[in-house]
Design a protein around this ligand. Structure first.
Ligand SMILES: Cc1ncc(COP(=O)(O)O)c(C=O)c1O
Length: 379
């Protein structure tokens, strides 16, 4: 029988807690974020990928530096410590945790394990497209149901499309690109009505930014008893590790077992494992970034209001805003001014998606907005 390196080490008990070994040496009274760096010389202002513009916290940055000295070593004896930490944080068993090269890998293996030719995936439109791409590649039929008037998932519309071949439903909550949430109680009713042959993948990439809404609750923090639920989380947003690529999925033991064989062996690198171990525990920095994001978001809405614009209520670290004009024109205008904003989303073709950044960066966004030919007469 083939035994993966990951499982071999688990079997022989090596590596448990190895991931947390860095922690004590890097705890210091350092400021929450590294000093602001000017953006890369001559590079564009990036308001296009919903990243954390402040960069990793000093504690996490120190862990990255330390871990880089061991870049010559394979990372597989590092995994168990991080899996343990994630399992503890989310009050699940370690067998329920899957680490991926970004949460994109979790989406990829969900597609590989749960859909395919003759099967159907149901999702919203627009939503984050990675799962759809992987599903289509394997011949899956993809049914996209437009968001409702509140920009929530149209759960009744999705339910109406469920058939005997539906094996996966994708719920992105908060949803990318609309930044909107689908109420928790509606999701519970919806999940309860799905046939027992259907899995549900809840993508909580933007979970940390939705915490203030009474209509939102994570399916990890507040779990329901359902064997067919998978929750995906990422280190690319609040933890500021997008460039190092780490995400995780949490599922029942049965579902995790079904998905695990499709993971790329040892796809998670040794630097990010150690960085994530520290970042997860650095709650002060996490809370500080959430607060900064909320302040910048509020200011964005004030600036939009002054200009007669009405962005969709955002529960994320980005904003989707109707300009009343083809999105491509705005994207082009910003690009010419060295600012990248989100790509086009054909289902919402007059909307632009703007990632929230530092207050200074957002000032630059509005300065540039005001030079657009239709800035004063958008809506
Ligand atoms: C909703 C959603 N899910 C998943 C991802 C992928 O994130 P990762 O960097 O973890 O692969 C993104 C990235 O922007 C996203 O918006």
């Amino acid at each position: 029988m083939f035994v993966s390196r990951r499982n071999f080490l688990r079997t022989v008990g090596i590596g448990a807690a190895a991931g947390v070994a860095l922690q004590p040496s890097i705890i210091s009274a350092a400021p929450l974020f590294e000093p602001m760096r000017p953006r890369e010389l001559g590079g564009p202002l990036r308001l296009n990928s919903n990243e954390n513009a402040y960069g990793p916290s000093p504690k996490t940055a120190a862990a990255i530096r330390t871990a880089s000295a061991q870049a010559n070593r394979y990372p597989f004896d590092q995994y168990d410590g991080l899996v343990e930490q994630i399992a503890k944080l989310n009050r699940v068993r370690r067998e329920q945790v899957l680490l991926g090269c970004g949460s994109t890998e979790i989406l990829r293996i969900a597609a590989a394990a749960l859909v395919g030719r003759g099967k159907q995936l149901i999702q919203a439109a627009p939503t984050f497209e990675a799962l759809e791409h992987y599903a289509r590649a394997s011949g899956t039929e993809v049914v996209s149901v437009p968001l409702d008037k509140q920009f929530a998932h149209d759960l009744d519309g999705m339910l109406a499309r469920v058939s005997s071949s539906t094996t996966l439903v994708y719920i992105c909550n908060p949803n990318n690109p609309s930044a909107s949430i689908t109420p928790r109680k509606d999701l519970e009713i919806f999940i309860g009505k799905l046939p027992s042959t259907c899995h549900v993948l809840i993508d909580e990439a933007y979970h940390h930014f939705a915490g203030q809404s009474p209509m939102y609750a994570s399916f990890l923090d507040d779990p329901i008893n359902n064997e067919r639920l998978i929750v995906a989380r990422t280190f690319s947003k609040v933890y500021a590790l997008a460039g190092l690529r780490l995400g995780y999925g949490i599922a029942s033991r049965t579902t995790a077992k079904q998905m695990e064989p499709y993971l790329t062996e040892d796809s998670v690198n040794g630097i990010v494992v150690r960085a994530a171990t520290v970042a997860l525990a650095d709650t002060e920095s996490i809370n500080d970034f959430i607060k900064r994001n909320a302040e910048v978001r509020e200011n964005f809405f004030n600036q939009a209001k002054v200009r007669g614009l009405k962005p969709i209520d955002s529960q994320a670290n980005f904003v989707m805003m109707d300009t009343g004009h083809p999105a491509q024109e705005s994207i082009e205008h910003f690009r010419k001014n060295n600012i990248l904003i989100g790509r086009r989303f054909p289902a919402m073709d007059t909307y632009i998606r703007v990632s929230l950044s530092t207050p200074e960066d957002m000032k630059e966004f509005w300065r540039t907005w005001d030079t657009m030919p239709y800035a004063k007469t958008s809506i």
